[in-house]
Ligand binder design. Structure first.
Ligand SMILES: Cc1cc2nc3c(=O)[nH]c(=O)nc-3n(C[C@H](O)[C@H](O)[C@H](O)COP(=O)(O)OP(=O)(O)OC[C@H]3O[C@@H](n4cnc5c(N)ncnc54)[C@H](O)[C@@H]3O)c2cc1C
Length: 471
């Protein structure tokens, strides 16, 4: 039997639920189809448990700084890893419960099962057929586990099972030093686990600016060994695993595989949509409407590979839900790109990445935090921030950083880039003293000094009084 709806949403994750919030305001005739666990990737196995682990690790790590603050006895502090993992799960369960409230509210509109397209408006879910005027694909992604790592069985972990562990072994490898791998590797190292990180690339955590990357690699390498630029491979040695990359090798008890994520679109019958899929199986879609070609089908969140981040998944779900309720899709302006990696110092990329910019058309302002006043007081004086601005107009285009409290500096810069402010306009705004943001001001002043028609005044002119701001 085929049942018909106004809208079918496939996937009860963050993006699907964001779409649901818009759709259910306008129609009762919708269905939410989900295969697998409810509660969202972000709350269950992603953003939230990973940050809970990182916070515990950072708290324990602070003991290493206590001596500098003239506090003794830190050597007597210990961490209880099983208890840390229990705390992670307790917090996680609270966040998941919040998400489950929402899916429970619509349980009469829900189908548990894997959806597959038979036609652009017709789905097969188990033995049911679902017809919908509009369909939203929000099926998320899953960890990539290449065969050579999968054979390690329970000695191989992904982010899906890391937080479920009762305890963790004393030696681990983290394969993949992208954003997720870098932040988790540092957290595990800070909890006292001997970590070795591997990546085929020389760049870590999504950084494209080699200078910022070098600083990030140097700072993280001070906490755990990292072998970059060569592919790693596992060799089983009895109960242990040897991870080899070129001439480097390490014996560990478990491996965390963090080699990226694959969208859950491969078994969805997308070939039945009647549009050509790209070489990664993704249908053509418009990122300002989320519509697939000119079909009554939308694709949002990690499923489309576009920007696999939580705030983007929410936006895309909203856009897809909004457009699913209209005859003509509305076009939405997307936010300035902002990607944060929760290492310490914090790694972030804002706006245009360094490698996207034409180096003849930009100036770069930078600050090395080793001598920054507030950072020195807090014993966090390390890191580099580089801002990129248009050489002629001074328009801020982007930034990359590995900087103390980088997540906050990154937000400030993202707001600035999105508001299309220039270096001088940002310099004309308040900077308190003594704060880390003064480090950002140093980078901005550096950029301002290189602009065409340079003008070193920080303050905006009021009928050109001609007075420079006090340094
Ligand atoms: C460890 C980790 C840490 C992260 N940290 C951050 C962070 O700090 N900040 C940040 O912005 N982002 C972070 N992310 C990314 C963020 O979690 C994702 O971008 C976001 O959760 C994607 O949401 P989604 O709705 O696209 O997918 P999901 O929440 O995964 O939802 C997809 C749903 O669809 C279901 N489904 C799949 N296939 C089918 C099918 N065929 N039929 C029906 N249902 C199906 C799935 O089971 C799932 O319930 C992190 C991710 C991980 C893994």
């Amino acid at each position: 039997m085929t049942k018909s709806y106004d809208v079918a949403i496939i996937g009860a994750g963050s993006s699907g639920l964001s779409a649901l919030r818009v759709v259910r305001k306008q129609t009762d005739n919708f269905v939410l189809i989900n295969h697998g666990s409810y509660g969202t990737t972000c709350a269950r196995v992603g953003c939230m448990p990973s940050k809970a682990l990182i916070e515990a690790a950072n708290a324990f790590h602070l003991r290493k700084m206590l001596d500098a603050f003239c506090v003794s006895g830190a050597e007597n502090l210990a961490v209880d890893i099983p208890a840390v993992l229990r705390r992670v799960r307790r917090l996680r369960d609270g966040f998941v419960a919040g998400m489950l409230n929402l899916t429970d509210e619509v349980k009469d509109h829900s189908i548990a099962g894997r959806a597959r397209f038979l036609e652009p408006q017709l789905l097969q879910v188990g033995d049911r057929r679902v017809h919908a005027k509009k369909i939203i694909i929000a099926t998320g992604s899953r960890p990539v586990v290449p065969g050579e790592w999968a054979v390690l069985g329970p000695r191989m972990l992904t982010s899906d099972d890391l937080f479920e562990q009762e305890t963790l072994p004393s030696r681990m490898a983290v394969v993949g030093m992208g954003g997720l791998g870098s932040e988790i590797a540092q957290a595990l190292a800070r909890l006292g686990i001997e970590i070795t990180g591997f990546d085929t690339s020389d760049h870590i955590a999504g950084l494209s600016d080699s200078q910022v990357n070098s600083v990030a690699v140097e700072l993280l390498s001070a906490e755990f060994a990292m072998h970059l630029g060569q592919a790693a491979e596992p060799v089983i040695e009895g109960e242990r695993i040897r991870v080899r990359a070129g001439n480097e090798s390490v014996v560990v008890d478990k491996v965390l595989v963090a080699l990226g994520r694959l969208p859950n679109i491969d078994q969805m019958g997308l070939e039945n949509l009647g549009v050509a899929l790209d070489d990664r199986g993704v249908p053509p879609f418009d990122s300002s409407t989320m519509q697939i070609a000119d079909l009554p089908v939308y694709i949002a969140g990690d499923a489309n590979r576009h920007l696999p981040l939580l705030h983007e998944a929410l936006d895309e779900g909203y856009i897809a839900g909004y457009n699913a309720m209209r005859s003509e899709p509305a076009c939405f302006e997307r936010r300035v790109p902002l990607a944060i990696v929760f290492t310490d110092p914090g790694i972030a990329v804002v706006g245009h990445r360094y490698t996207e910019l034409n180096k003849d058309e930009i100036v770069i302002g930078e600050v090395d935090f080793s001598n920054q006043g507030r950072a020195r007081m807090a014993e966090m004086n390390q890191g580099l921030l580089r801002v990129y601005a248009d050489k002629n107009s001074g328009l801020l285009l982007g930034a990359e950083m590995c900087a103390p409290q980088g997540e906050h500096l990154a937000h400030l810069l993202a707001l600035t880039v999105q508001r299309k402010l220039t270096v001088r306009e940002l310099l004309g705004m308040p900077f308190y003293h003594p704060v880390l943001e003064e480090g950002l001001r140093t980078a901005l002043r550096d950029a301002a000094s290189k602009l065409v028609g340079k003008d070193l005044a920080d303050l905006a002119y009021c009928e050109r009084m001609g007075a420079d701001a006090i340094d």
